[in-house]
Design a protein around this ligand. Structure first.
Ligand code: 13P
Length: 259
């Protein structure tokens, strides 16, 4: 089976009800003929139902930017995988560096989220990446390896098919300048080889996507790299034209304006 490429839009803590209505309606209209790319939108929690309603019966999937590692109970402020499924949200982002940094999420918490979500039939994107200091000190591979092995602890073959790995070098996020293609290639190859050695018998290794200042000008060389199965986009996903341009480049589609 040939895996489709993926484009994730992580809107982070941006937009409001009106701008989301406009963005979702424009994006779904412009991308309605795209069949060879998995298009996934991650709105802030209060807008998830609005986006799932607006994208019903379209080629667009809806993601959340976080999820909790218990199914229900006294966990004020948290959202369970079952609740996400209930409202048609099927792709939580887990372990984003901004949550690791500001909310002190650990690999152990992240692993619990991965296990609970995938055993409840949700797809997940597990994010990882090194800091600038770690890269400078030649600790990139050590850090990635650690996040990968601890994040995927006790994951079985069945769960594996539901996982996408998001490589996001922390220092380029929001900087306006993506990592160099040689560096992206090197880390994606490393992740692929590590996954292969962790799951030697699997025919279905997770897809690996890159995130960090992806835009309409750098998308082509990035997504053409080996072992780069798509992208995870922050800032550039807030602009309909730019986001659609990126998706169409990834899908290598000729787009003609809908009437
Ligand atoms: P930017 O595209 O704004 O750098 O954000 C990347 C990111 O963090 C996506 O999850």
């Amino acid at each position: 089976m040939i895996n489709k490429k993926i484009v994730f839009a992580n809107w982070k803590m941006n937009l409001d009800a009106d701008s989301i209505s406009t963005l979702v309606s424009d994006v779904s209209n412009k991308l309605k003929r795209v069949e060879n790319v998995d298009i996934i939108l991650a709105p802030p929690f209060p807008y998830i139902i609005k986006v799932t309603d607006m994208t019903k019966n379209t080629n667009i999937h809806v993601s959340s930017q976080n999820v909790f590692f218990e199914e229900s109970g006294a966990f004020t402020g948290e959202v369970s995988p079952l609740m996400l499924t209930d409202v048609g949200c099927s792709w939580p982002i887990i372990g984003h560096s901004e949550r690791r940094q500001h909310l002190l999420e650990t690999n152990e918490m992240i692993n619990k989220k991965v296990l609970l979500c995938t055993s409840n039939n949700l797809n997940v994107i597990l994010c990882l990446g090194e800091t600038f200091d770690e890269r400078r000190q030649n600790k990139t591979f050590q850090r990635i390896s650690d996040q990968l092995t601890r994040g995927l602890r006790e994951v079985n073959q069945k769960m594996l098919g539901k996982i996408v790995i998001g490589y996001e070098p922390i220092w380029v996020i929001g900087s306006g300048e993506a990592a160099r293609v040689e560096d992206i290639q090197e880390v994606h190859n490393f992740i692929y080889n590590q996954l292969r050695s962790m799951f030697p018998d699997s025919e279905n290794l997770p897809r690996i996507v890159y995130g960090g200042s992806v835009n309409q000008t750098n998308i082509k060389p990035i997504v053409s790299l080996e072992n780069v199965d798509g992208v995870l986009i922050g800032n550039a996903s807030l602009d309909c034209e730019i986001f659609c341009d990126i998706v169409l480049t990834v899908g290598c589609l000729l787009y003609t304006s809908p009437s």
